[in-house]
Ligand binder design. Structure first.
Ligand SMILES: [Zn+2]
Ligand SMILES: [Zn+2]
Ligand SMILES: [Zn+2]
Ligand SMILES: [Zn+2]
Length: 448
């Protein structure tokens, strides 16, 4: 008797929240600004000790140092020579990739299924596009100069020829990941081989999260089977208009997104909508039209000019606050947006996001609660219902409510956080075990 084909294993339905990939990086580097506060190997933020030879990188303990040594031993003399200068992160990453490839990395495979795998050479390099992109070429030239100085000693230079270097650089640009810590801060750059099979969508059905330097991909929708050609993650910030998203994707990944969200004109209008002049109508209004499409109220010249004014003020204010957001600046924008921009206008949502972070930074908890709560619908709409950022927003709100002794509200937000983070991170992720669970226990304890 012949058994049915083994397709049952790959045909199995994937439930939302299933981890579909766990992968260690092919190469990664800790961002230099964390050089003295995080371990160069496990990326943990703990008390660290410098490598006694280069005094450039630091480790949390001997085990991490030993684990890192097979690769670090090649770069250690380069980094030692570089000090007191700090090597740009991209140059350090290229150096690591070069060293990895020189020492057998070219044969290494990253698996995305039991049989499906990719090698570094299989990664897309966008060689032609990069070669024709003056900004990229200039960047690479400056990195080449850094590398040449770094990697040349009495026995000569180990920097690959320009064509080879560009193909490595192209793979880094196109496939690089930012490793995020639990708070979603970018702490390192990495290349993972297996996950590079995954395409982008602005409406993804999977999400990538990290635990230390390990990458996890979780399904955020139920999937009929594990077919990697139909698995999408988002490469970019989804809290942007289709126009901005497409520009981001074109600039970094050299393709034009044609996902349903990018080609839907309604989406663009909603993201930049004004409020309806009719106070009892909550429709989003396209400012270029004469009337509200829902209630026929006329768009007045006053509304149009207020709209243009606040849109440009908001955009320039947010632009100037890319590094640090100031609460007073956010408040001025929010006050002017009221009654002009629709609550789901993406620029309003971005302002709330900045105001929320700014309020937390200066410990204004009442303000933070107000902005955080107003932020929920926009985050859910644009980031999606199953996004780590929405889960984290609920967790932060739960924490503040707990601090403010609103225990019932705290439990509500923490439960929402748990529901989402269980899917995006998995129940056994440290974020849930070490941060969310203690908060939940405390909130429940206080309530009883
Ligand atoms: Zn460590
Ligand atoms: Zn060293
Ligand atoms: Zn798209
Ligand atoms: Zn209306």
């Amino acid at each position: 008797m012949e058994l049915p084909a083994t397709s049952s294993t790959t045909r199995l339905e994937i439930k939302r929240g299933t981890r579909i990939l766990t992968e260690k990086p092919f190469a990664y580097v800790l961002k230099s600004k964390y050089r003295l506060e995080r371990c160069d190997n496990c990326l943990e933020a703990v008390k660290v000790l410098k490598c006694s030879n280069c005094r450039y990188v630091s480790y949390c303990n001997r085990a991490c140092q030993q684990q890192a040594w097979p690769l670090h031993k090649h770069e250690c003399p380069f980094l030692k020579r570089a000090l007191p200068r700090i090597v740009p992160d991209a140059a350090r990453m290229l150096c690591r990739l070069i060293l990895r490839l020189e020492h057998g990395g070219d044969l290494e495979r990253g698996y995305y299924t039991a049989h499906g795998s990719r090698k570094f050479r299989d990664l897309m390099s966008h060689y032609a596009e990069i070669k024709n992109d003056p900004k990229r070429r200039e960047h690479l030239e400056s990195l080449h100069a850094v590398l040449t100085e770094m990697m040349t000693d009495s026995s000569g230079s180990t920097v690959p020829n320009p064509t080879e270097l560009m193909s490595i650089y192209g793979r880094l640009i196109t496939n690089g990941f930012n490793i995020l810590d639990a708070e979603m801060n970018s702490i390192a750059t990495a290349i993972y081989l297996g996950v590079s099979i995954t395409d982008h969508s602005c409406q993804p059905n999977a999400v990538a999260t990290f635990e230390g330097n390990e990458l996890h991909v979780h399904a955020i929708e139920d999937l009929p089977c594990l077919d990697w050609s139909k698995i999408y993650i988002s490469y970019i910030d989804l809290l942007n208009t289709p126009e901005q998203r497409r520009a981001d994707l074109k600039e970094h990944y050299y393709f034009l997104c044609v996902c349903s969200k990018c080609i839907d004109p309604q989406e663009m209008h909603e993201m930049t909508a004004a409020v309806c002049p009719n106070a009892s109508c909550d429709a989003s209004v396209n400012i270029d039209l004469a009337k509200c499409q829902s209630c026929d109220a006329s768009v007045t010249p006053e509304l149009r000019s207020a709209y243009n004014e606040i849109m440009s003020l908001t955009q320039s204010s947010l632009d100037s606050m890319k590094e640090v957001a100031y609460l007073d600046v956010c408040k001025v924008c929010l006050a002017k947006q009221r009654g002009v921009l629709h609550p789901l206008n993406v620029w309003h949502v971005k302002t709330l996001d900045a105001a929320f972070e700014a309020a937390i930074n200066v410990g204004k908890w009442t303000d933070a609660l107000e902005y955080g709560q107003q932020l929920l619908p926009g985050f859910a709409k644009y980031h999606g219902a199953w996004n780590p950022l929405l889960g984290l927003l609920h967790m932060k709100l739960g924490k503040i409510q707990l601090y403010e002794r609103n225990y019932k509200q705290a439990v509500h937000h923490l439960q929402e956080a748990q529901r989402i983070l269980n899917v995006t991170h998995g129940r056994d992720h440290r974020l849930l075990l070490e941060q969310l669970r203690p908060l939940m226990l405390q909130a429940r304890h206080e309530m009883s």
